[in-house]
Design a protein around this ligand. Structure first.
Ligand SMILES: [Zn+2]
Length: 378
């Protein structure tokens, strides 16, 4: 033993632990102060069972120190054994059960048996493949078993909503259809992979939604990225909230809505000359609505589900919103409503989602123009 270098012994132990699904357990009773290969066997088992990290083991492989004792106590406590930190016959028997392939240690993120069906399903599809998809959605937490039970094998609204949630989480195009990209992501999810992190970073270019069906053109806009936004947390866009900035200073509004630290933003700002500034990527949540609710719904939050549009205006009710601003809004609101399939009732003012707290847009704002333009396309 003493002739084998500690490095090669470590490597041997690692190789053994990795290759063998049932690391053998020492037969001797072991406690703090013990040393040697038997202790290493025990440590490998504790690593395998998730009560010790490989890094912890590497600080003293083959030495039963405080770390090994603490890990063993954790294992004992988790298995309703006397947590005395001594590796005796009872602990050994329990550990042996946990290490046998018949009862494998749970491998996180690798649910057995559930696989994603072949791509090519959409609302209206029925059959075994849909059921397989629903089972996967249940497994991944996007659908409840109860929801699935209302129509197993039928791709209805609940299934579509669940697919959309999944697509949003995986940063895919959110169309509610189960195509090749969604299938590929679902394969990854079912294999235990995590969705791409939603760490908000200021994108260099905003997401440009495709031209919506119906041919509503995307209006010209200037991308001036704001530092203030966060993830939508999986919520779908289904509302538009209009605001006035309470100032007639376009440059000041632009600074306030984009600078880090102000903690306010909107997706769009409409300047007095009708310039549309795009400040926050549509797929992210902007911080414009505050404490609010949409038709009484507090969850998802209004920020999570909406697009916010600020209009430069002092909000006095006397300063007219400019013709150029109306013209810009008559293009932007219908375009967004069409692109995101937003119903008219969800095109609202800040005062509608925060009544008593907010009054914007001011009473002289002509909603009719916006509604008429939107009505023409949705
Ligand atoms: Zn507002």
């Amino acid at each position: 033993m003493s002739t084998i270098s500690s490095t090669s012994r470590n490597n041997a132990a690692l190789a053994t632990a990795a290759a063998s699904s049932t690391p053998s357990l020492p037969t001797a009773t072991l406690s703090k102060g013990a040393k040697g290969p038997a202790v290493k066997q025990l440590q490998s088992a504790l690593v395998k069972l998730g009560h010790m990290t490989q890094a912890q083991m590497n600080t003293g492989p083959g030495i039963f120190g405080p770390q090994t004792e603490a890990s063993l106590k954790k294992y004992q406590a988790a298995n309703k054994l006397t947590a005395d930190g001594v590796f005796g016959p009872k602990t050994r028997a329990e550990m042996l059960k946990d290490l046998t392939p018949a009862k494998p240690a749970p491998t996180p993120g690798k649910p057995s048996g559930v696989t994603a069906p072949p791509a090519g399903l959409e609302r209206g599809s029925t059959g075994a493949a849909v059921k397989q998809l629903q089972t996967a959605l249940v497994k991944l937490g996007h659908m409840t078993q109860a929801q699935m039970n209302t129509g197993p094998g039928i791709y209805g609204p609940a299934t579509e909503a669940a697919v959309k949630k999944f697509q949003s989480q995986w940063k895919l195009g959110v169309d509610g259809e189960y195509g090749p990209k969604t299938k590929a992501a679902m394969d990854k999810a079912l294999a235990g992979q995590k969705p791409p992190t939603s760490t908000p970073t200021t994108p260099t270019t905003p997401t440009t939604p495709g031209t919506p069906t119906g041919g509503v053109k995307k209006p010209d806009m200037k991308w001036v990225p704001s530092a203030n936004f966060s993830s939508r947390g999986g919520a779908d866009i289904d509302a538009i909230v209009l605001h006035h900035t309470a100032s007639n200073n376009e440059a000041g509004d632009l600074a306030t809505l984009t600078k880090k630290g102000t903690d306010v933003s909107a997706h769009y700002l409409i300047g007095q000359d009708g310039t549309i500034y795009h400040l926050v990527d549509d797929k992210m949540a902007a911080w414009h609505a505050g404490v609010s609710s949409l038709h009484g719904d507090k969850s998802p939050s209004v920020n999570a589900r909406s697009l916010g549009i600020e209009i430069t205006n002092d909000g006095s009710g006397k300063t007219p919103f400019t013709e150029a601003q109306y013209k810009a809004l008559e293009k932007l609101v219908p375009y967004l409503a069409k692109t995101y399939d937003i119903p008219m009732k969800n095109i609202v003012g800040h005062k509608d989602v925060a009544p008593g707290r907010k009054v914007d847009p001011a009473s002289n704002f002509n909603w009719d123009r916006i509604r008429r333009a939107t009505d023409a396309v949705i």
